[in-house]
Write a protein of this length. Structure first.
Length: 389
């Protein structure tokens, strides 16, 4: 075993390669994202979310019969059990954050199924079953929780609708149009996986201990909740609303930068060119707002983006601060009628497919993830009994 030296400490593990994956490739300099072999642009606006999940889990697209079976397998597991619903009601009474509600409700999924021994399943088979239940249940949990916080009854899921359409149906109680369903499918496909991001890493660390799938995903939800990971699209939309009119964009944004504020929806740790997910979501937003017949917010966002990019180049030359995924996530999800407190949990509805796929990969790798730490404390303390301190 190699013994680390002080110089091998890498804060934040930046640049450290800690997994091999066939699930996604993020090239921050080329601005390229590949999802299981497909350039994002090719997959996102063509696939249904069920096809994308199947692709991640099986490393191949399903044929007609496989897709039909898979859609049904997911659809039968959509309804909440009473224990999950009771928990969501208790959470809604206290108005807890939607991500906390999702994390707690995800834990109740262990009550839904017999343990692996009772069901006579191997550990791997139980994890596969639980991955399917997690993906199937996340939209129902998020939609039910939102309705409860608004004082409305949850809406029962429908097995005859696609994953994306059923989510919108459970939120608003109406079958969504083809355009709205396509908008949600495109969003879910776009954010389904993104290399070894923090929540995916958390899930892999947990499953690598031979813990179970539900524990791994509960940990991942906790990681995604943090504002440095999944929490930025709300503020990006607030910024556009604050500007309100394109003629004010330069003044408002200049003031923000001069006050030292960050422009939300711009800049990225990995992408030094435009985040490819921003383009896909911008195109999906344009289609959606055009179909709705009101392009005002879309056009304003485009103007805000143009002005922000010019000002960031002026004030932070050479920093390569470009539009990131959050800017157009906000516009698209708002156009689909989602309230901002649901943006991060809707992200989780997609990313749970990536997390579970990474867990399968990590199980295959079969290696405990156990880095080392560098001790920087003192080494020779003298013991004083409590009355001498
Ligand atoms: C995403 C983010 C955290 C990445 O940050 P990072 O790679 O750590 O970049 P740094 O914090 O090192 O910033 C580098 C420089 O660019 C500036 N900068 C970075 N993002 C900026 C932004 N959105 N607006 C204005 N200035 C920004 C920093 O102030 C810093 O300037 P300085 O060197 O003059 O102090 C950062 O760009 C950010 O805060 N963006 C806004 C929030 C957001 O959109 N988050 C969603 C990410 S998907």
């Amino acid at each position: 075993m190699s013994v680390p030296t002080a110089s091998s400490f890498v804060p934040g593990l930046e640049g450290v390669v800690a997994a091999q994956t066939r699930l996604s490739s993020v090239d921050g300099l080329a601005g390229e994202l590949i999802i299981a072999g497909f350039p994002l642009e090719r997959l996102a606006s063509n696939a249904t979310f069920e096809e994308t999940v199947y692709l991640l889990w099986h490393d191949a697209l399903p044929n007609v019969a496989q897709l039909d079976d898979f859609r049904q397998e997911l659809a039968v597991d959509r309804s909440l059990i009473p224990a999950t619903l009771d928990l969501l009601k208790a959470a809604a009474a206290q108005k807890v954050d939607a991500m906390d509600a999702l994390r707690m409700a995800a834990s109740t999924l262990s009550l839904r199924v017999p343990g692996e021994q009772a069901a006579n399943l191997s550990h791997e088979e139980a994890n596969k079953r639980d991955a399917r239940i997690l993906v199937a249940q996340f939209p129902t949990i998020v939609a039910a929780y939102w309705r409860l916080t608004e004082g409305n009854d949850p809406i029962e899921p429908r097995g005859d609708l696609s994953h994306a359409a059923n989510y919108l149906y459970m939120l608003f109680g109406a079958i969504p149009s083809a355009e709205r369903t396509r908008g949600m499918e495109t969003y879910l496909n776009t954010v389904v996986d993104h290399g070894l991001n923090a929540s995916t890493f958390a899930a892999r660390v947990i499953i690598a201990t031979q813990s179970d799938m539900i524990s791994a995903i509960v940990g991942a939800v906790g990681a995604l909740k943090g504002p440095l990971h999944g929490g930025a699209p709300g503020p990006a939309l607030d910024m556009v609303f604050e500007i309100g009119d394109a003629s004010r964009a330069e003044t408002v944004l200049r003031e923000k930068i001069e006050r030292g504020e960050r422009l939300m929806g711009f800049g990225h740790r990995v992408y030094k060119v435009r985040d490819p997910r921003a383009d896909v979501l911008a195109a999906a937003s344009e289609r959606l707002y055009r179909a709705d017949g009101d392009m005002a917010l879309y056009n304003l966002s485009r103007e805000v983006e143009k002005t922000a990019l010019a000002l960031l180049e002026e004030y932070k030359p050479g920093r390569n601060l470009k539009t990131n995924v959050e800017f157009y996530t906000a516009l698209l999800l708002h156009g689909l009628g989602l309230p901002t407190p649901l943006f991060t949990s809707t992200f989780a509805i997609s990313r749970v497919a990536g997390w579970t796929a990474h867990c399968f990969e990590q199980q295959q790798a079969g290696r405990l993830i156990r880095p080392q730490s560098e001790y920087i404390g003192v080494k020779d303390r003298h013991w004083l009994s409590v009355d001498q301190r």
